[in-house]
Design a protein around this ligand. Structure first.
Ligand code: SER
Length: 319
């Protein structure tokens, strides 16, 4: 990997917490700079920088100071939180993306990763399987900001010959953090609250199917896309990626096969409307064709792995 230096923006978040250890394995701990707007409480073996990515000067200084060549920009206000504060959500999501893209242009960064989301889809998308080139009519602020992000990525790639890559992440299920502010968070909460208290009240209806992905697959997809030869990549905005699709009741059943005493109740709130505007599954034929994407984790393996890991996390907290 030579002299690459990698800056991760939003390192404390759900994906960042799992991506940092993998990047350290690839690049070494000296070549990875984790950054976030909040201090990091994990024992990171790489350097950590407090960084407000809404400030263009601070983003430029960070890239310049550490001679950064690759940026992973993971900071964003997720779907549920952006509905609570639409203008602030839009502002942060777009301001930070433009700051990163501008620095990529002026510093001629080798590569940038900026995720998009299944939230780009809306009512016009085929519910059963969202195609790569669906008409995008999101009904959420988060979705609108991600469609704009995809368009900006496309624009900078073409106009400034940058190499900015992106995945439309499904809901990500991992044990590293307890996510907040998203609509797919229930799929992690059901493990944490269910295992701690034997009861969980889900804010989505039992039969709401959504596209999800286990963290290990999400990280592998990210790294595989970033490693793929540029000439093979036909999508210059953001790739559809499929992991697994399931409903809250299917997840509850799968967890109950390990923890029979778990009780799950359903009290849908405003997040139900968000979930209903998203497709149930994703067609990822471009990711499969261009960089051989194939998920490893089905529902059974995801649940088995999550239970093992969440039990360990809960034990750590009580010790
Ligand atoms: N996990 C995100 C959310 O629920 C979707 O990309 O907002």
């Amino acid at each position: 990997m030579g002299k690459d230096v990698v800056l991760v923006i939003g390192a404390n978040g759900q994906v960042g917490s799992a991506l940092i250890p993998r990047l350290i394995e690839i690049y070494g701990n000296y070549a990875v700079i984790a950054s976030d707007i909040r201090p990091n409480i994990d024992n990171l073996s790489c350097r950590f920088l407090l960084l407000d990515a809404t400030d263009p000067k601070r983003v430029y200084e960070a890239v310049n100071h550490y001679n950064v060549t690759i940026v992973y920009h993971l900071a964003a206000v997720l779907s549920a939180n952006a509905e609570r504060s639409p203008v602030a959500g839009w502002d942060l999501n777009i301001r930070t993306v433009l700051n990163v893209l501008e620095v990529a242009k002026t510093r001629r960064l080798a590569k940038v990763f900026i995720p998009s989301s299944i939230a780009v889809f809306g009512p016009s998308t085929a519910q059963q399987e969202a195609q790569q080139f669906s008409y995008l009519d999101p009904t959420t602020v988060y979705g609108i900001s991600k469609v704009a992000t995809e368009n900006w990525i496309f624009y900078y790639n073409r106009k400034h010959q940058l190499d900015v890559r992106s995945i439309r992440y499904p809901g990500v299920i991992g044990s590293e953090t307890i996510p907040s502010g998203g609509t797919t968070d229930y799929a992690v909460e059901m493990f944490y609250k269910g295992l701690a208290n034997d009861v969980y009240t889900c804010y989505l209806k039992a039969d709401t199917a959504l596209p999800m992905i286990y963290m290990e697959d999400a990280i592998r997809a990210t790294i595989e896309l970033m490693d793929a030869p540029k000439k093979d990549l036909n999508i210059q905005s953001s790739y559809n990626v499929e992991g697994i699709s399931f409903t809250p009741s299917e997840l509850a059943q799968a967890i109950k096969s390990h923890i029979p005493k778990l009780k799950v109740y359903y009290e849908p709130d405003f997040r139900q409307h968000i979930a209903q505007s998203w497709p149930c599954a994703i067609n990822d034929q471009y990711a499969a064709a261009d960089w051989n994407w194939k998920p490893n984790f089905d529902l059974f393996n995801t649940v088995k792995r999550m239970i093992e890991k969440v039990i360990l996390e809960l034990e750590k907290k009580t010790n």
